[in-house]
Design a protein around this ligand. Structure first.
Ligand code: DP6
Length: 329
């Protein structure tokens, strides 16, 4: 029987404890567990339509046809869905992001989470959250954390079955805001997919990985207890550890721009001055500044005054990936 059409939306997420490096690159079994918060209001909106008349998978991102490696990555995920569902048709995929792609706001996380949910439903599957998370992980590691809602932990595990993400607290658990200082909107020179492969070339990666369990515990407890100071300290430490690994691999990766450092230093100064805010930076130059929502306007106003900050986006804790009815037609 021919499969159908489904549309899903999913938020990106920002990691407080980072995923960097895999113990199994092919299946994206990570070197360490990670913890993140979904970002409400930022979305990938993805429609999948399996069709008898299509000769190969076709992918449009923000209206532009995608080819090459990016299409192969989406097709590999569609192949896994087809194998699970016993479906043979190719798919037409149309995906839109309401935020800039390739700036360190993880569009691969939201994009592949939405693709996983839409494709599996269009193929007639009704998968449990953990299974959706595992499938999304095979396409992009951080995508597995955009399947569940709110504050999410990805347990590293050791094989496909044991490596998936789950919610540790719902979005309404803690009124936090991620104020994203956008510093560059150009595509990053080294993708995170390429970066993960270099993690083990840094002499610091082993130390980062072997101490990750204690940071995961501190972060999990800080979230559960809504302890901002504990969250701030462990989040900045973990971001700095990941960038230390990036900087000291071969070749070394430096994602920071001068304005990235200006924002990080400013945030630390504000915190010393009594403003609860902390930074974290992914594989790009933008700085995510986390603060209690009651302080968000204050933080946004200050960020807007810093040289090199192009704009500031803000996001509260976001929901899980979900199906929607409007099919983009
Ligand atoms: C720095 O999930 O983008 O954002 O699995 O190759 O798609 P792939 O990598 P990706 O890596 C994310 C790296 C990070 C940290 C994090 O989100 O945990």
């Amino acid at each position: 029987m021919p499969a159908g059409t489904a549309t899903a939306i999913s938020c990106p997420n920002i990691a407080f404890i980072k995923y960097w490096g895999n113990r199994d690159n092919a299946r994206r079994i990570p070197a360490n567990g990670s913890i993140s918060m979904n970002l409400a209001g930022l979305y990938s909106h993805t429609q999948v339509a399996f069709g008898l008349t299509l000769e190969k998978d076709r992918l449009f991102l923000d209206g532009e046809a995608v080819t090459g490696a990016a299409l192969r990555r989406a097709s590999a995920l569609l192949d896994r869905v087809r194998a699970l569902a016993g479906v043979h048709e190719r798919a037409l995929v149309r995906s839109y992001n309401n935020f800039p792609t390739g700036t360190g706001i993880a569009s691969s996380a939201s994009g592949f989470a939405a693709l996983t949910l839409a494709a599996s439903r269009a193929a007639g599957l009704d998968l449990a959250e953990a299974e959706l998370s595992r499938l999304a992980r095979t396409a992009s590691g951080s995508a597995c954390r955009s399947i569940p809602g709110g504050f999410v932990e990805w347990r590293a595990g050791y094989d496909h079955a044991s490596s998936y993400a789950f919610s540790i607290a719902p979005p309404e658990h803690w009124e936090l805001t991620d104020c994203i200082a956008v510093i560059s909107q150009s595509h990053k020179p080294t993708t995170s997919q390429e970066g993960h492969l270099l993690a083990d070339t840094s002499p610091l990666q082993a130390a980062r990985v072997s101490s990750a369990e204690s940071r995961l515990r501190i972060c999990r407890n800080a979230i559960l207890a809504r302890d901002f100071e504990a969250l701030a300290q462990v989040t900045e430490l973990d971001s700095n550890l990941m960038h230390a690994v990036m900087l000291t691999g071969s070749p070394g990766l430096m994602y920071w721009l001068p304005a990235t450092i200006l924002v990080m230093r400013s945030v630390q100064g504000w915190r010393r001055g009594g403003l609860p805010a902390c930074f974290t930076v992914d594989a790009g130059p933008n700085v995510h500044v986390i603060c209690p929502t009651s302080e968000a306007q204050h933080v946004i106003d200050r960020l807007n005054q810093l040289d090199g900050v192009i704009q500031v986006l803000s996001a509260a804790p976001g929901e899980q990936a979900r199906l929607v009815t409007n099919n983009l037609d």
